[in-house]
Write a protein that binds this ligand. Structure first.
Ligand code: COA
Ligand code: AMP
Length: 631
């Protein structure tokens, strides 16, 4: 098929409001919008203002009404519990309506927040959809975060209810969630009225009388709740993501714009027809999980797969291929790190050839930069197009992609292809001028952002402007650096802030530095992301101790590693730290993290002209060599 990308992009550019109004006709509205784009409040654009919708209605009721009642809506595949369970659209609607009734019975009303802190079980998706059904704002917290991270989200979102589970299952270990939940609530400055806890058979949790309620008991006599119509501009959810400090940013998603954009993306970006099976191998705690495990596929009448397992080790590197063949998956979406892990264990693709993958059409990768070697390996082994695409929690759907539904453009490994219709992506120099093709700069998107992207941060309009709008007036700052080539292809190379991507998980080195700095023996510290063969990047900590500290260094390092695991969570993968005498700095006192990273990665570097004392670089090189860097 000849690509229609250029025409569709031009059509959007000529008439953005007409473009999105047409896309909005594909979903159900109780009342249509007064304005497609509402620009009445400078810098705070809103989509479909005046419109009234319900996200859950569009995900479930509309599909049942359109004849999909018996079609599988969600397949839960959990090698860690040896379970496969299929929910038809009718089943899912029934479960969601009843849990929505439970939430209402607990006093939750439109606009109240509900935190969902759960492992990859269907009940987590049911809880999300139930919130959407009755106008509650959900905030899912990834299970790999520890109590302090949970607490900061509770303090900010101030939820009326928390929905959780007794435990999660990682490879070879049960992770009890309840102690983390209890501690999180204890530390948080706001307390929920009730916690609803799913008791899993692998480990039951002790309950706190008067506060904790059992999911199954509540569901046993639950009355289904009908959809509550909400304004298109009302918040559907808050998803916290790493910012440059220990306090995560509460990305807000609205109902109407999100519905329209995700629905459009399923056909046009992912080329998925209603009725087909779509699998995003991610976690519900991330934006990918929200958009492409739950909402997008259900809006589009697909069967979605919810996978409680890993790419390797559950039980082997053939796990993905087993799922694809068993469930007839058409398209898989995951992070490049998953493929690097598979490639390491099965370099010749022997496990791939054990399965019938005839249903499989396209592999989508995102979440971190995809190295060409991984992309080419996947393409060669699978014999299907491998599409690298680029997006952020903030946007909720891709900014740059090869829109397969519009007809594929040639793939250039290492590039996420072109801006998706809706996004006017530019590359600017530090002084705000567009740079020529091939030259690296700051990647920005001209305002307004399309439907589906964050309208603001939760209770923090000021922080939204400061983080995203102030640097280049008229543009959204992505905090990614990269370039456009002569053909208009986008190359996303790195972050411009202190965010690192560890196994596709977005983490802030600033937040880790805050933890290290709170150790009583630490005078100053630096955390930076160093290259890792599987995870893409992993954090590395360097600390300078206070004068007079005489304790053994390895003891202190062990404590630091434990503190990050305890305060941020195991997902930070913070396992390497060392004590150094001094940190290299500029004359104005800024730590030269970029230079340390280049030394650790074995990449050529120039001694920064602003460096205070170049001799420190030799010391750091020796310290890193002692740790085995560069690897
Ligand atoms: N609950 C509790 N702990 C969790 C967790 C969860 N939901 N998710 C991860 N962890 C823990 C892991 O058990 C591990 O703990 P450990 O240090 O005791 O081993 C730690 O957090 C790091 O996890 P992870 O980064 O997942 O590393 P891993 O070595 O277990 O697995 C990969 C590596 C590549 C297989 C894995 O990261 C992966 O599948 N990545 C896919 C990426 C992805 O889904 N990205 C989302 C955006 S698309
Ligand atoms: P998250 O908010 O967790 O989705 O992380 C977003 C960040 O991940 C982006 O700002 C990029 O730095 C990085 N990222 C995501 N997808 C890609 C990609 N395809 N190529 C390069 N970087 C990516």
């Amino acid at each position: 098929m000849k690509s229609t990308y250029d025409e569709v992009y031009a059509r959007w550019q000529d008439d953005p409001e007409g473009f999105w109004a047409d896309a909005a006709e594909a979903v159900h509205w109780y009342k249509k919008w007064d304005k497609v784009l509402d620009a009445s409040r400078p810098r705070f654009y809103r989509w479909f203002s005046g419109g009234v919708v319900n996200t859950c209605y569009n995900a479930l009721d509309r599909q049942v009404a359109n004849g999909r009642a018996e079609q599988p809506a969600l397949i839960y595949d959990s090698p860690v519990t040896q379970t496969i369970k299929v929910f038809s659209y009718r089943d899912l609607l029934d479960e969601v309506s009843r849990f929505a009734g439970v939430l209402q019975r607990q006093g939750a009303r439109k606009g109240d927040r509900v935190i969902i802190y759960m492992p990859m079980v269907p009940e987590a998706a049911i809880a999300m959809l139930a919130c959407a059904r009755v106008g509650l704002v959900h905030s899912v917290v990834f299970g790999g975060f520890a109590a302090h991270e949970l607490a900061s989200r509770i303090s900010d979102a101030r939820p009326r209810l928390i929905v959780s589970a007794s435990c999660g299952l990682e490879v070879g270990r049960v992770v009890p969630y309840k102690p983390l939940l209890d501690k999180g609530i204890e530390i948080a400055s706001a307390k929920p009225e009730r916690c609803i806890v799913l008791q899993r058979p692998e480990e039951r949790a002790p309950m706190i009388a008067g506060r904790d309620l059992d999911w199954s008991e509540l569901m046993a006599d639950a009355k289904p709740a009908e959809c509550v119509p909400v304004a298109a501009t009302d918040p559907l959810y808050i998803l916290y993501t790493s910012g440059t400090t220990g306090m995560p940013k509460g990305v807000v998603r609205d109902n109407g714009g999100h519905l329209v954009a995700l629905n459009w993306s399923m056909k046009n970006v992912y080329n998925i027809e209603p009725g087909e099976v779509f699998w995003a191998a991610s976690d519900l705690g991330w934006a990918v999980g929200h958009s492409y495990i739950v909402y997008g596929p259900l809006f589009n009448g697909n069967t979605t797969v919810l996978y409680e397992g890993k790419p390797v080790g559950t039980p082997d590197p053939g796990a993905f291929w087993r799922l694809i063949s068993q469930h007839g998956v058409r398209a898989l979406f995951t992070a490049p790190t998953a493929f690097r892990a598979i490639k390491r264990e099965d370099p010749d693709g022997e496990y791939i050839r054990k399965y019938d993958l005839s249903s499989f059409r396209t592999l989508f990768l995102a979440g971190e930069r995809c190295d060409p070697a991984t992309l080419l390996w996947a393409e060669q082994q699978l014999g299907v197009p491998v599409i690298d695409h680029w997006w952020q929690t903030e946007t909720g759907w891709p900014m740059g992609a090869n829109c397969v539904g519009l007809g594929m453009l040639p793939v250039k490994p290492g590039s996420c292809t072109k801006p998706v219709p809706g996004y006017d992506v530019r590359v600017l120099s530090a002084d705000g001028r567009e740079v020529p093709a091939g030259q690296i700069g700051n990647i920005v998107v001209r305002l307004p952002l399309p439907p589906g992207c964050l309208p603001t941060l939760w209770n923090n309009d000021e922080g939204y402007q400061r983080s995203y709008l102030d640097t280049y007036p008229g543009y959204y700052l992505t905090a990614d650096a990269g370039y456009k080539d002569e053909d208009g292809y986008l190359w996303i190379m790195s972050r411009t802030d202190d965010i690192i991507n560890v196994a596709g998980h977005r983490l802030s080195t600033g937040a880790m530095e805050e933890v290290l700095a709170s150790h009583p023996d630490v005078a100053e510290c630096a955390v930076l992301g160093v290259a890792d063969e599987i995870k893409g990047e992993i954090p590395l900590g360097l600390v300078v101790l206070k004068a007079g500290v005489r304790r053994p260094y390895d003891e202190i390092v062990r404590e630091l590693i434990e503190m990050v695991r305890e305060r941020i969570g195991p997902v930070a993968s913070f396992k390497v730290a060392t004590v150094v005498k001094r940190l290299p700095k500029t004359r104005s006192g800024k730590i030269l993290r970029g230079t340390i990273k280049r030394i650790a990665d074995g990449v050529e570097y120039r001694i920064p002209p602003t460096i205070d004392d170049p001799a420190i670089l030799n010391e750091i090189t020796a310290d890193l060599a002692a740790l085995g860097y560069p690897r």
